[in-house]
Design a protein around this ligand. Structure first.
Ligand code: NAD
Length: 254
């Protein structure tokens, strides 16, 4: 059996949905899955960013401009992907938002929005995709969690709660559906250089804190997360299910 790393064909004939495809990590994941042979359903609410991302993949990608907080629209998405691309084999729940604010300053609406995008949308999309995957005998879901799902950080309450939730959602999907050909795993990145974290690299104290607290003394580039995502999407991870693979340069072990 070959892995995506070993063969450019490991994901040939597979269709992968990537949410947040216009963002930093989504773009790198899309590129990595495409390099392994997958065709792509690129999902984001940022239409201009989506068009820009899709231009890279030509006929191998279709775009879906969706606000993932719209439950009805999100639930319809797997059917639309199958209509336009013929199948849906891989779902990468990557879209995310993050609020940095004390619990005293975070409004209930802001709290709800973070949980809606980071936790409820993966739930809605997964439950809509799973029946078709079961019908075709096989499907892989990869959720993008975070080290904040296991390590608490001040001023990130909603984000930490959502990411802890997605680690548990990953396990419960596995328990319910592993015997019916579904894999559900998560990736827990540390700090990755993307638009979401760009302020870290501008401001001295945050940058210094990462360099002090991260065991490898550096943050990650999106490509360093995309490779492990591709591993969990491909055949080489067929006995990995329900797990969260932390790709954090050892931070979670500190
Ligand atoms: P990013 O801001 O570059 O990308 C996030 C994407 O999600 C954007 O394109 C945005 O338009 C999209 N999105 C947000 N809300 C949406 C909605 N309601 N509907 C549809 N699309 C929506 O951020 P990123 O760093 O690439 O983050 C990707 C994932 O990685 C997120 O789940 C994030 O929590 C996770 N993560 C990032 C880091 C990091 O350091 N960058 C670390 C750990 C985990």
């Amino acid at each position: 059996m070959t892995s995506p790393q070993e063969s450019p064909d490991a994901l040939r004939d597979k269709v992968a949905v990537v949410t947040g495809a216009a963002g930093g990590l989504g773009r790198a994941i899309s590129r990595r899955l495409h390099a392994a042979g997958a065709r792509l359903a690129l999902v984001d609410r940022d239409e201009a960013g989506l068009a820009d991302a899709a231009a890279e993949f030509g006929d191998d990608a279709a775009t879906f401009a969706v606000d993932l907080t719209d439950d009805a629209r999100t639930e319809a998405l797997p059917g639309e992907v199958r209509d336009r691309l013929g199948t849906l084999d891989i779902l990468v729940n990557n879209a995310g938002v993050r609020q940095i604010a004390s619990i005293l300053d975070l409004t209930p609406d802001e709290w709800r929005h973070t949980l809606d995008v980071d936790l409820t949308a993966p739930f809605v999309l997964s439950r809509a995709a799973i029946p078709g995957m079961i019908e075709q005998g096989r499907g892989k879901i990869v959720n993008i969690a975070s080290i904040t799902g296991e390590l608490a950080f001040a001023d990130r309450s909603a984000y930490c709660v959502a990411k802890a939730g997605i680690i548990m959602l990953t396990k419960t999907i596995t328990l319910e559906f592993a015997a019916r050909g579904i894999w559900c795993n998560a990736i827990g990145p540390g700090v990755v250089e993307t638009p979401m974290t760009s302020e870290y690299f501008r401001s001295g104290p945050m940058r210094e804190s990462i360099e002090r607290n991260a065991p490898m003394k550096r943050w990650a580039q999106p490509e360093e997360i995309a490779g492990p995502v591709a591993f969990l999407c491909g055949p080489e991870s067929d006995y990995v299910n329900g797990t969260t693979l932390f790709v954090d340069g050892g931070w979670n072990s500190a």
